[in-house]
Design a protein around this ligand. Structure first.
Ligand SMILES: Cc1cn([C@H]2C[C@H](O)[C@@H](COP(=O)(O)OP(=O)(O)O[C@H]3O[C@H](C)C(=O)[C@H](O)[C@H]3O)O2)c(=O)[nH]c1=O
Length: 186
């Protein structure tokens, strides 16, 4: 029987410019474990102004989302996640490249990514993650919370699922071409 590799890692695509996957250190003892998930001494390129805790049921997909003005932080705490990114910054050396990550709660890691990247995450099992942003939702939610339908083949990420549970809003997201026209020039 094949043993599943529970290692948080890039599994396909390109390492996009400005994206950091930071492995976290879980200090275990007989009581459980202690893990720092963020520290200003790590010099991560993120001015975190809001932190959120997100619980997802199995087969939930969140995204794909996009922001012109803020950077993000994602840390899977429990469960499993398939995370996709696509670089939409026309001045980036990895413009239109995509990345596919597999993240596991048993192998804690934080993914920090800059503004201008399409992002979406799928949870095959019930999962919990922390996320942080460099602009509060009360501000960006009004005019900088864009989306693209997750399964547009032009995105390029070879998702391993086909019929996820998505939000009502995500169900109405445009295709990649319409989105690119809407955000131009970017
Ligand atoms: C993002 C956010 C949402 N909410 C409320 C609004 C809704 O009632 C509920 C779920 O929000 P939403 O469906 O937008 O959550 P996600 O689909 O996970 O998407 C969010 O997290 C991904 C990463 C994005 O990049 C999106 O910009 C952000 O909207 O939480 C809040 O109260 N505060 C918040 O900061």
């Amino acid at each position: 029987m094949e043993v599943e590799v529970k290692k948080s890692r890039l599994i396909a695509g390109t390492e996009i410019e400005g994206v950091v996957l930071k492995k976290l250190t879980e200090h275990r003892d007989q009581r459980g474990s202690f893990t720092e998930i963020f520290n200003h001494r790590w010099n991560l390129d993120l001015d975190a102004v809001q932190w959120s805790l997100v619980k997802s049921e199995a087969n939930v997909y969140r995204g794909m989302h996009f922001h012109k003005r803020h950077d993000e932080y994602f840390c899977l705490i429990q469960g499993k996640c398939e995370l996709g990114l696509k670089d939409m910054r026309s001045d980036s050396p990895t413009y239109l490249e995509w990345s596919q990550y597999e993240l596991h709660g048993e192998d804690l890691a934080a993914l920090i990514f800059p503004r201008g990247l399409l992002h979406g995450w799928y949870f095959p099992v019930p999962s919990v993650h922390a996320q942080s942003v460099s602009e509060s939702y009360v501000d960006y939610g009004k005019d900088d919370n864009w989306g693209v339908v997750w399964n547009d083949p032009d995105i390029g990420v070879p998702w391993t699922f086909d019929d996820p549970i998505v939000s009502l809003r995500a169900g109405d997201f445009p295709d990649l071409d319409s989105f690119k026209k809407a955000i131009a020039p970017f």
